[in-house]
Design a protein around this ligand. Structure first.
Ligand code: BMP
Length: 210
């Protein structure tokens, strides 16, 4: 079976992070890292983690095209599989990332899993999705704990892959997220705080398979 879990290893201790990455690598699609890891371990952690498989850099890049391009040029040197960017700054900003990507995939945030996103971002999700469909972006972020939004996005996503956070600690269920349209589920705390992260990941894989 194709692996569907993205392990969000929001860990700031380099040794703990690399150890867990090596233990999980056979059971997951990718490792996702975020600002806490990059700010503490340094940007070269991306290359180190890439020894264990796909690395998704969750930088939620959200700037003008020139700054986006500069960020992509720094990141792409370190062998990531993908970067996550906000799409709300506009298509010129997303296009700048795509133009500089040299094969690194771009995943755009369409809607978020936190409650506060209901006010500003989430009402725009279909508009953002439609725009992203006209680019060469690889995927989108859509909430794995809001099945109504997830279903709506899944119906209209075209070729874009759906990555869904909000699983476990934020209330979403792995199998319901997949049933409602997620291609990949992003799980953080439930993995790295588990007593036995490998066993937890294996049990989620079994749930998904069923
Ligand atoms: P956790 O499973 O521990 O809640 O972690 C989820 C991860 O996904 C975190 O890195 C968070 O920043 C990210 N994320 C999210 O939770 N919701 C979103 O809408 C977008 C995210 O990138």
């Amino acid at each position: 079976m194709d692996k569907r879990i993205v392990a969000s290893l929001d860990i700031t201790d380099r040794r703990v992070l690399l150890d867990l990455a090596s233990r999980l690598s056979d059971e997951i699609f990718a490792i996702k890292i975020n600002w806490p890891t990059i700010l503490t371990c340094g940007v070269d952690i991306i290359r180190e983690l890439s020894d264990f498989g796909n690395v998704i850099c969750d930088l939620k890049i959200a700037d003008i095209p020139n700054t986006n391009r500069m960020i992509m040029e720094i990141i792409r040197e370190r062998n990531p599989f993908a970067v996550i960017a906000h799409a709300f700054p506009g298509l010129d900003s997303i296009q700048a990332l795509l133009d500089a990507s040299e094969g690194v995939k771009v995943i755009g945030v369409v809607s978020m899993s936190n409650e506060g996103a209901e006010r500003y971002l989430n009402p725009l999700h279909l508009k953002i999705l439609n725009d992203l469909k006209n680019t060469s972006a690889y995927g989108i972020i859509a909430p794995g704990n809001d099945y109504r939004i997830l279903q709506e996005i899944a119906k209209k996503r075209g070729n874009l892959k759906i990555f869904s956070p909000g699983i476990g600690a934020q209330g979403g269920s792995p199998s319901l997220a997949i049933m409602n349209g997620a291609d990949y589920i992003i799980i953080g705390r439930n993995i790295y705080n588990a007593q036995n992260p490998e066993a937890y990941v294996r049990s989620v894989n079994q749930q998904i398979e069923k």
